[in-house]
Write a protein that binds this ligand. Sequence first.
Ligand code: DON
Length: 303
Amino acid sequence: MDMQSTVEEIVATVRPLLRRGDVASYIPGLANVSPDKFGMCVAMSDGEVFGAGDWHTQFSIQSISKVFSLALVMSYDYDSIWRRVSREPSGSAFNSMVQLEADQGIPRNPFINAGALVVTDRLLTLTGDAAHSIRGLLRSESGNPSVDVDRAVAASEAQHGHRNAAMAHFLASYGNLENPVELVMENYFDQCALEISTEDLAKASLFLARHGVSAGGTPFLSPNQSKRINAVMLTCGTYDAAGEFAYRVGLPGKSGVGGGIIAVVPGRCSVAVWGPSLGPNGNSVAGIAALDEFTTRTGWSIF
Ligand code: DON
């Protein structure tokens, strides 16, 4: 198969979908991104990279950062995090807090906002600077030392972060935060405001396709940990649309409201797509369509 042509064809195929859905505007700092952008990159486990469209353009990583915070926490502290967060699909929106009271302050999974705040809190305790650690991981795995936080997006999110603040205080009321609410929020907003291109994101996600082996060739996670993160991505990575994503794409994936999505083909490659217009569950419409095309054309699904 000619992967470069395949990626170019997929990008051309999804172009008519770029204006379907809406660019995230609940974070004003994200609202001005052009919906006509689209990028896609496939990073093979042997290091080869194929890309098309706006694959070098940086965008806001948003919730995709939650994969990297979880990976870091698991790398330091095998699985004690699972005492503080479950790993079941929530069946509700990424920013919903309705289950949190019924579940006594234990979020349903690490990818909804409540769960991600707990993971960031743990990473803060383990490293002293969660956002900095995630930035470091993205830099080392992508090989791009200039990956950094978009300060305007972080400030915009902090200014409009009432719902996340409510969730963090609610978690704290159950004793499920180890650090001050303000510090956890600052780190969480910074990690979500990291800017990255599909090329760097696909490369940075490769350890999940290489059974935990980092870009430098050393184990970052064990094969077992890598399997577990992929499993949680499959069941919870696209929130209330995880069933539809598994049905259409058939791969572990994680979305962000910046319009990015990563998907992992264990043993083979990682894929990053970016299209800013989102469907009702906060996932890129064209991004999901591109990943659907990708697994249909290549046959590379886990099923
Ligand atoms: O906390 C928020 O609402 C955003 N920083 C991240 C949400 C997000 O990306 C959900 N993903 N689709």
